[in-house]
Design a protein around this ligand. Sequence first.
Ligand code: GDG
Length: 751
Amino acid sequence: MRLSLRFIVPLTLALGVIAYAVAPLVDDFTLKWFVRDLDIRTKLISATLQEPLADAMTADLSPQVRQQRIETVFGRIIQDERLFAIGFCDAGGKYAYRTVTLPRNIACRPPGSPAEDAGRVHHLAGGSLHVGTHPVVFEGTRMGELVIVHDMSFVERRSADTKKYIVYLFAGIGAVIALITVVIAELSWRGWVAGMKALIRGQLLAQSPEPRAKELRPLARDLEELVRDLETERRMRDESQMTWVPETLRTILRDDLKGDEILIVSNREPYIHVHQGGRVEVLRPASGLVTALEPVMRACSGTWIAHGAGDADREVVDANDHVQVPPESPAYQIRRVWLSKEEEAGYYYGFANEGLWPLCHIAHTRPVFRAADWEHYRTVNRRFAETVVAESRTPNPIVLVQDYHFALLPRMIRERLPQATIITFWHIPWPNPEAFGVCPWRAELLEGMLGSSILGFHTQFHCNNFFDTVDRYLEARVDRETFTISYGGEPTEVHRYPISIEWPLQGLAAQPSVPDCRKAIREQLGLPPDAKLGVGVDRLDYTKGILERFAAIERFLELEPAWVGKLSFVQIAAPSRSSIDEYQSLDARVRATAQRINDRFGAPACPPIILKIEHHDAGRVYTYYRAADFCFVSSLHDGMNLVAKEFVAAREDERGVLLLSQFAGAARELPEALIINPYDTEQCAAAVGEALTMPPDEQRARMRSMRGLLQEFNVYRWAGRMLLDAARMRNRRRLAAGSRLQLAATGGRRA
Ligand code: GDG
């Protein structure tokens, strides 16, 4: 509005001024026009007076009567409002008769002047007069001439009026032109602004059916590319500059994902209801996954879909199988999916854990593939897909699919919710094509996973293996430069997202000091106060290399018998998948090996191996980390391994040594650990010796470096990077949808 006024007023004034400048020209023109008019009038009056005047002049009358008669005629004629005066000049050039109104200074023309005289304008003090002179001729004799004077004040009045009208007219035209211009400009400006804004938001045509403003088309593509580049750059820069805390995830959800709907699918639920001591208790499984994703869920009030495995789970859900969590301050909901015992046996224990788990881990345990398990796996994946569809309130939710239990789920969801952004994270390694190729349903699994928008692994090595596998078994377009695989429909981006732990570890706040932890654990284990202690913390799983670890301790004591009675290695092994034969067998072998080694080096005060096959609460696990002189992670193959990271995080004293398998993803990020090959018993034994004798300064230097990395790359960053990539992808797809519609609107031509 202000802009409009700023335009209309000056334009109106400018045209007014122009009109004012033009007015004298108009004056001049109208004056000439009126003078010509008065000339004609004068001629007419003169012609009318010829006869009565000649009659009066020639009649036999006394001079007084003649004068009276002529002046009466003159007096009658000047009744006309414009006729001011009339006079008659005799042949001697003197007034013979005249009206009293005739001004003294309008004299007769000298004798001998030309017969015709164009009208003259006399400017007097009171105004202008038009004076016309015409001869009076009787029977061929020139008797004198008539002087006819017109009052020209009406001309001035009219001229002034005309001037006024012209100024008004110009000002009016100016105002109208300005107004029209402003309206047009305003409308197209708004169109531009809206177009540009939409373009920048990337929602130009995706949300509006109106075609992109024609004049924007040439700009659109360049602008889109620019926005994309800037956005990627900003993300890259911002990601490293952000402080990664739960609040950061909330900010991403609010600012980058604009509050979009989020669903998580995992086999294990974040809260389990169980019967304990006659009551229903809520357990929170210690898991990095829950730590990372719970802030996301809390922030967006999303839905976490998981298998309801607790024996009291059904008792606490509502009619729609929902339960609000966390119990103390509900912020999001779990949607529980029920499985029969057969389904659980086939899908979870069978196909996932006897088939895919050993298939993906190169740990020399044969995978077992049963057709019946595969059927259950498919059925359960289908049920979870239906649950995702039923739970989603929007057609394009972000679905975070967790792990190898749901390889088929992404495509099943994609078929029902084509606009969903599906991020699948594979927590375990991805093997080479030969190893994966033994699976009878390899193509179906790959096709299922490629329903994802983004597929994440812990390391680039696993990503590369996946590219190779798809290349080998599917007719897909694999682009290793852009990290995308196109297999019908939308492409899948494959990226590395190394998982991590929270920083600082919440549980540490309640921990005693490191010396107190050392003392307490040695007392509880019945060890001498100065005993050296190594620790291992794992699910009791054959991929973790527990037996290889024991072999290393045994070999070390063999080589360095002086340490017998001075070193104990405590292994915490949480029972896992105990219904599977392979795990039962491992349990037996682990127990037997520990027993054999202890028997061999029998030193009652300080046994070489202390085996704790039971679940410990998280606080107790941290106390062990803090009490130990070294932590031994000897996985035969591991996606990441969070134990290694937890040990480092627990050591605020910057002491302790980490022995880390080169086959764990964590080894890529923590090269300051003593990197070992668990198959090389000699090397592992030497590493144990090195850990026990490493000078404090070296321990500190290595710890400091590893702690710095974990602080920077914590679990919130893991989740945040996936969410940022999802936001970037959604934005890009909106832009692409805009471009496609634009292309359609322009008949396929690039504007
Ligand atoms: C898979 C991938 C990847 C162990 N015993 C007890 C206990 N734990 C906790 C540890 C740690 C977690 O379990 C084990 O995590 P890992 O990462 O070491 O291994 P997986 O369970 O095999 O997990 C793995 C991970 O997914 C994440 O993506 O790193 O590579 O195999 O947090 O502390 N916790 C408690 N009591 C125990 O007895 N409370």
